[in-house]
Write a protein that binds this ligand. Structure first.
Ligand code: ADP
Ligand code: SF4
Length: 682
């Protein structure tokens, strides 16, 4: 197929100072939990993006000096020349496909506690570091500022020597010393580097000029700036300091990479923000500078991309998450295969990998982070190992991805589900407030398998052990999912909760099926991800009096990993949900529940006509267990049916099954590892 001429504009080369990008697809800096610790994995992931058509591929944050050591977060490093070879490999990999490669240099100042280097952190003014470490950053004097400029300059030279085409001066996300100087909120200095905007921007301007002086003849100089910190007049605002700053430095860099901060606003999830949400803040930038502008907003639609360029909002379509969910997004547009794009769902599971200091993972793209480790390519997969048939029971995320990938390999696949529609848990979860984009997980796979002559689907087909056996497939995969428990068993109460009948107990499955309590309700969230908070939203919207109880210290505590915790707790508070933290639910009786303080054990009763238990899910595995007795030649259970988990884990399980079928016994460690090395003494 060929490209739709409407999208030609996206494939125009764009000049950035001394270099030229082959097109307008720009993978902006993004963390990946691999960086310096898993450099082969990081390199292969970036190479795949370049292969998929991104005209510019950049690093994540690259530390320039041990005085700002962001451990245990695993970004890149250019502390000295010994760090050059790793990033040189990344540059070579990206250059293989004709893309430009960019390096986001950073000195994280008071955001880094220097847990590894044990150096004393530095900031514009004395301040405790982020993360609640018992560590303070010291106020920088003029010699510190001179040193920082020297480190930045030396790192820029190393980056050029590694092969980078674009060198960043990072002033975004309140994550860099340069941005701390800029911020009226953080900078309390009264010298030439504090006070007026001109003074606060002095270090930024100097770093830009130093970088240009050092490497500007061959490399483009980019600035990454948060034009609005979303903290009102205390911080930078896009109609105040942010705009003045762009006006002041308009022609100084070769490229403006603009966004909003902090990170939770820049990488807002679809639960809270629609695609394009940053446009209101950055629309004016192109009118102020003649230099190319890149911006982000979870853009996955080529029509939107074209209108952004045509309307003079952006020159480059920046993407972190859309490039993670589909590293081949540009190629698919180029080849006239727009409907094959695997669109990001805005869930931030990718961010959770980085926040947990492990390689990135993605709900939509099970190969993300596995490009080197498992040699999984997002588009290519080996042909079937034999002319065999596979019956998959259950068309949730696990079953659908298994069907899609097995279909791609050429197996004869039958996908059967008892429900009237495909989608499993997402049939109902996508209808929860803010989760509609999550439906893309099933929509994408349903479309893909609809194009495959070798994949058949059967709906409203609840299979029994007998019907499965009659089917006589060479391989049977059970992906029958899970159901929420109604007995309270979970982390805090491994033996369940005492329930005196006729107390009314509901689970999220009941609520999603339309069951509604009328009187006051207690939600007990021992799960800590999104479901408990969403149950509170749903019921509160119905005008029900809701008390949210959790043994955790925060509402939806794990959503800290997806950058949503603060937003979720604020939303519940705004909606008038009563919140009881650090409390267990010990007894449920008609009309009331008993809570116990997690610290003192003190008990109290709370009025509740109904209790919604969000504790754990139980596998729906009766079919699997019966078939296991029957001794089928090849029987496997995957996804929630094996052990309930995230949608990302179910998609991964389906994909993994499809990759490993016919492989025989897998080794104990079924992936390549980047082993620690004993250092040569010097
Ligand atoms: P996962 O997240 O692991 O993919 P889901 O819960 O999303 O699991 O999907 C499981 C699917 O399995 C549901 O669509 C459900 O209707 C289907 N299912 C469960 N038991 C049977 C059965 N015996 N026959 C056919 N389909 C079944
Ligand atoms: Fe998008 Fe979710 Fe994948 Fe991140 S994990 S890229 S937010 S689909």
């Amino acid at each position: 197929m060929t490209r739709d001429p409407r999208f030609d504009i996206l494939f125009e080369p764009v000049r950035i100072g001394p270099v030229t990008a082959p097109n307008r697809f720009y993978q902006v800096p993004h963390c990946n939990g691999m960086g310096r610790s898993y450099p082969s994995s990081m390199t292969e992931m970036r190479r795949t993006k370049a292969e998929g058509g991104w005209g510019v591929v950049t690093t994540e944050e690259v530390e320039i000096h041990p005085s700002a050591d962001h451990s245990p977060w695993m970004g890149g490093r250019l502390w000295d020349d010994r760090d050059v070879p790793v990033l040189a490999r990344m540059c070579e990999a990206v250059h293989e496909y004709g893309a430009l490669v960019g390096c986001e240099l950073n000195h994280a100042g008071a955001m880094a506690a220097n847990r590894y280097s044990r150096d004393v952190p530095m900031a514009p003014s004395h301040t405790p570091v982020a993360l609640h470490d018992p560590v303070q950053a010291r106020a920088m004097d003029l010699s510190d500022i001179a040193n920082l400029r020297r480190w930045h300059r030396e790192a820029a030279i190393r980056a050029r020597d590694a092969g980078f085409d674009i060198i960043y001066v990072y002033a975004g996300h309140q994550l860099s010393t340069i941005s701390h100087f800029l911020s009226p909120y953080r900078n309390r200095r009264s010298d030439a580097y504090g006070g007026s905007l001109e003074n606060r921007a002095r270090l930024l301007r100097e770093a830009l000029e130093d970088t240009r002086d050092a490497v500007g003849d061959t490399c483009a100089i980019a600035i990454r700036l948060s034009v609005d910190e979303l903290m009102g007049p205390q911080g930078i605002t896009s109609d105040g300091d942010g705009r003045e700053l762009v006006e002041m430095l308009a022609e100084v860099p070769d490229l403006w990479d603009v966004n909003i901060s902090g990170w939770e606003n820049d990488s807002a999830t679809s639960r809270f923000k629609a695609a394009g949400y940053q446009e209101d803040y950055i629309r004016w930038v192109k009118g102020v500078t003649s230099k190319p502008v890149v911006g982000v907003g979870r853009y996955t639609s080529p029509d939107t991309m074209v209108s952004l360029v045509k309307n003079g909002v952006l020159d480059f379509i920046g993407a972190a998450r859309p490039s993670i969910a589909d590293p081949f997004l540009p190629k698919k547009i180029d080849e006239g295969r727009v409907e094959d794009i695997r669109e990001c769902i805005g869930c931030n599971i990718c961010v959770s990998g980085d926040n947990m200091f492990v390689p990135i993972r993605c709900t939509q793209n099970p190969t993300m982070g596995e490009e080197w480790r498992k040699r999984w390519h997002p588009e290519r997969i080996a042909p079937r190992h034999a002319d065999e048939s596979v019956l998959i029971v259950g068309a949730g995320p696990a079953g659908l991805e298994a069907a899609r990938a097995l279909g791609q390999r050429g197996y004869a696949v039958t996908l059967a589900d008892g429900a009237e529609v495909l989608g499993g848990r997402l049939i109902t979860e996508r209808r929860l407030p803010g989760l509609s984009e999550w439906g893309r997980v099933v929509d994408h796979r349903i479309w893909q398998i609809s194009q495959m002559a070798n994949v058949e689907t059967f709906l409203a087909s609840a299979l029994t052990p007998e019907t499965v056996q009659e089917f006589a497939a060479d391989h049977v995969v059970i992906a029958t999912g899970a159901k929420w428990a109604a007995d309270g068993i979970g982390r805090e109460n491994p033996r369940g909760i005492s329930i005196a009948s006729p107390a009314r107990i509901l689970t999220p499955d009941d609520i999603m099926a339309g069951d509604r309590p009328d009187g006051p309700v207690v939600i007990f969230d021992d799960d800590h991800f999104y479901m408990g908070g969403l149950m509170a939203e749903v019921l509160r919207k119905d005008g029900i009096d809701v008390t949210f109880v959790t043994p955790a210290a925060h509402v939806s505590e794990w959503t800290y990993q997806t950058l949503e915790q603060h937003k979720i707790q604020s939303r519940l508070m705004e909606m008038g949900v009563k919140i009881k933290l650090s409390h267990n639910l010990t007894r449920i009786a008609p009309g009331k529940v008993t809570l116990a303080c997690g610290y003192s054990g003190a008990q109290e009763d709370v009025e509740a006509d109904s209790t919604v238990l969000v504790t754990m899910r139980n596998p729906v595995d009766a079919l699997y267990q019966s078939l296991a007795q029957a001794g089928l030649p090849s029987l496997t259970r995957i996804g929630d049916c094996l052990a309930p988990g995230t949608i990302a884990a179910a998609v991964y399980a389906g994909h993994r099954y499809a990759r490993e079928i016919g492989e025989g016994d897998m080794p104990n460690v079924p992936f390549r590892r980047e082993l620690p090395q004993i250092a040569a003494q010097d």
